[in-house]
Design a protein around this ligand. Structure first.
Ligand SMILES: *Cc1c(COP(=O)(O)O)cnc(C)c1O
Length: 507
């Protein structure tokens, strides 16, 4: 076992597989002996060889998983400045509310009159997200941002079909997140990449070149992945609309805009939220997400079903005469499957309901002023990091940074030190590296997003580490090229890891 001499500096991840700790004959639990006859099991289903499971004791299993859980790098343990991902702290209050038995133990197939509170929560969350986005109607079904994008693209397609239009192309700026072109292609559109202007934003001049009659729409992220507000957005969305197209807004960066600007007012027709980014629901490790989609009024008929309706005055008729009908005067919430133009379901039941409860709790806890303040502090924190690191790192697009700052390794290149070296060295200092080599239009990008939930002292410690690394690049470049030094593993051969995938344990 390698666990005995664990050192606690740098990020440590080292744990043998359960299979590697297997000892023949060792048992973790005891079952009663099988008293039936052999032929009780149909021969086709009977095992010919014992299952190849690790043979280990119960304490070994518990320790294995407990150690793994402790070695997980998370926002609850450390600063996690992953750009574009909005790794903000998840308030414990959200967790407490999500665990209320009325939410946690409800079954999605229960009769509607027994889940009125859940329906009310979803209905109100839709209204809040509509208010924040400046759009009319919302679906909560999509399970992630990319899934929201797909929902939006399907809505766009259904809308164009309803008008008998055959537009095949979607315009996407070269600064976009990779999910945007992937979604458009998956939805059956042809992707046309358009170039970002010299100051990092989309210009009306360039857009006009591409806005042809076969263009279905534009997918735009605002603020974009350089952390910059699209200053020409009103003209940009105007050009798309004049040309008969729709504007899809990637709302992953709403953390910079809450209470400051409404995408609907900026000409966005369809927008997805990432509740697991902006609205503090837990995030990372492939856990559940939520990517609600908001649309303008004219697109509402195309939203996924079921819709959630509020029937004012306790409309007991459609609630089926359950307890809700006894609450005289109270609104009743009812599911509506009857939408002829709907794109249908995009997810079983109602999406990741637990995420919806957390986001709802967060919004109610913060209130409009609190959400606005969160965006202001997120922008302030990113600009603080930008100001402290600017003397040490190259910042290709510096004008108007909002919630994240994108540096490059241009200054360190002189010493043969790259973004990857800087990221690996940060591990020695105990930090999760920021997002690297994205967006693609910044060579050697280091994309830092602190979020509003970090204190100035945390930001200072991180900046101190980044500045120390910039100095090491000049004095001891080899140290960076060979980093990390304090982690359980030295630097991996990433090309080999990608080409020779080992996804299965060999016995
Ligand atoms: C995170 C992100 C997405 C994708 O969202 P997921 O929830 O990860 O699917 C799309 N666009 C941008 C700009 C993002 O940051």
């Amino acid at each position: 076992m390698k666990n005995g001499n664990l050192t606690r500096s740098g990020i440590q991840f080292e744990e043998p597989l359960l299979f590697e700790n297997s000892t023949p004959g060792r048992k973790g639990c005891s079952f009663p002996t099988w008293k039936g006859k052999k032929h009780d099991i149909p021969p086709a289903l009977a095992r010919r060889q014992p299952a190849r499971l690790p043979e280990i004791s119960e304490p070994e299993v518990i320790r294995h998983y407990t150690r793994l859980s402790q070695w997980n790098f998370s926002i609850d343990t450390n600063f996690y400045p992953l750009g574009s991902c909005t790794m903000k702290y998840n308030p414990r209050l959200n967790e407490e509310v999500a665990r209320y038995t009325g939410f946690a133990h409800v079954h999605p197939l229960q009769p509607q009159e027994t889940v009125q509170g859940c329906l009310q929560l979803m209905y109100e969350l839709e209204r809040y997200l509509a208010e924040i986005s400046g759009l009319s109607a919302v679906t909560l079904q999509p399970a992630a941002g990319a899934h929201g994008e797909l929902t939006g693209i399907l809505i766009m397609q259904a809308y164009l079909q309803s008008k008998g239009e055959k537009r095949r192309k979607i315009l996407i700026p070269d600064s976009a997140h990779g999910t945007n072109p992937a979604t458009a292609a998956f939805g059956g559109f042809e992707v046309v990449q358009i170039r970002t202007g010299r100051d990092g934003i989309l210009t009306p001049e360039v857009l006009r070149e591409y806005m042809k009659p076969d263009v279905a729409g534009l997918m735009l992220t605002n603020p974009n992945t350089l952390g910059l507000f699209e200053r020409q957005i009103l003209e940009v969305t105007g050009i798309v609309h004049e040309g008969g197209g729709l504007v899809y807004g990637d709302g992953a960066n709403m953390n910079a805009l809450m209470g400051k600007a409404k995408p609907g007012d900026l000409g966005i027709d369809i927008l997805h939220f990432n509740l697991h980014k902006t609205f503090t629901t837990p995030h990372g490790g492939g856990g559940p997400g939520a990517g609600p989609v908001a649309v303008k009024k004219f697109l509402e008929p195309f939203l996924p079903v079921p819709r959630i309706n509020m029937l004012p005055g306790g409309g007991a008729a459609s609630a089926g005469g359950g307890p809700a009908s006894g609450w005289s005067g109270a609104p009743t919430y009812a599911l509506d499957f009857d939408q002829a133009q709907s794109i249908g379901r995009v997810r079983a039941f109602f999406g990741n309901f637990g995420m919806l409860v957390r986001a709802y709790t967060y919004i109610r806890e913060m209130g409009p002023d609190g959400l606005q303040r969160a965006s202001e502090l997120a922008v302030l924190n990113a600009n603080y990091i930008k100001a402290r690191l600017l003397p040490h790192y190259h910042l290709p697009f510096g004008e108007g940074t909002l919630h994240e700052a994108v540096f490059s390794d241009k200054k360190q290149k002189d010493f043969h030190v790259s973004t990857l070296d800087i990221a690996k060295r940060l591990i020695d200092y105990g930090y999760h590296p920021p997002t690297i080599y994205f967006p693609l239009i910044v060579f050697g990008a280091l994309m830092i997003e602190p979020t509003e939930t970090e204190t100035k002292s945390t930001l200072d410690q991180f900046c101190d580490a980044m500045i120390a690394i910039a100095q090491e690049a000049q004095t001891d470049p080899e140290k960076l090229q060979k980093a990390p030094h304090l982690s359980g593993h030295r630097r991996l051969d990433e090309a080999k890891a990608a080409r020779e995938l080992k996804v299965r344990y060999q016995f």
